[in-house]
Design a protein around this ligand. Sequence first.
Ligand code: HEC
Length: 162
Amino acid sequence: MRAAVVVAILGIGMAAGATAAIGTAMPGVPNPQRAHVNWMVKCQGCHRPDGAGSATTAPAMAGQVARLLAVPGGREFLGQVPGVATAALPDDQLAELLNWTLLRFDAQHVPAGFQPYTTDEIRKLREKPLRIEAAATRARLIADLERRGGVEPTEHEKGDVQ
Ligand code: HEC
């Protein structure tokens, strides 16, 4: 019984340590807990809690979203896509949330030397949000990505999602 309590306490301590480690490992994310809450409130309805997306709602973030940083125009696209640019969040929290989204769901594709989005950069990008043309812009970027790296289209890209 006592051993179980000790194990439980150790477990909590390790979880807290892990959270702190993630916090320091996320450049451009001053408050990962706040970013996660913002994700839950503003984004996961479409992109799902685990960033998996779905063929009928929105593309996956998980294992994919940061690939777009590798193509010209991709960085701007991520800040101008409607779900991001028009989110009801102040610029600093939106920059934090976008950096968190990239690092939380697709750290493996974040390029070495990635400069996190700043408040100022997000402010400028969201002044010119993509609207109806977002899907076409995205398709062009993904085609460019596939040409460069032979990346397989995802379920979302195979589906006819607008
Ligand atoms: C109403 C559904 C919806 C909501 C809410 C939403 N998105 Fe999206 N998101 C989409 C769709 C659909 C796309 C594909 C581009 C397009 O057609 O707009 C997309 C594209 C993106 C992209 C570009 C990557 C890609 O593969 O296209 C990012 C990054 C992104 N969303 C992040 C977010 C974040 C962060 C939030 C919350 C602030 C959010 N989205 C809220 C539907 C949504």
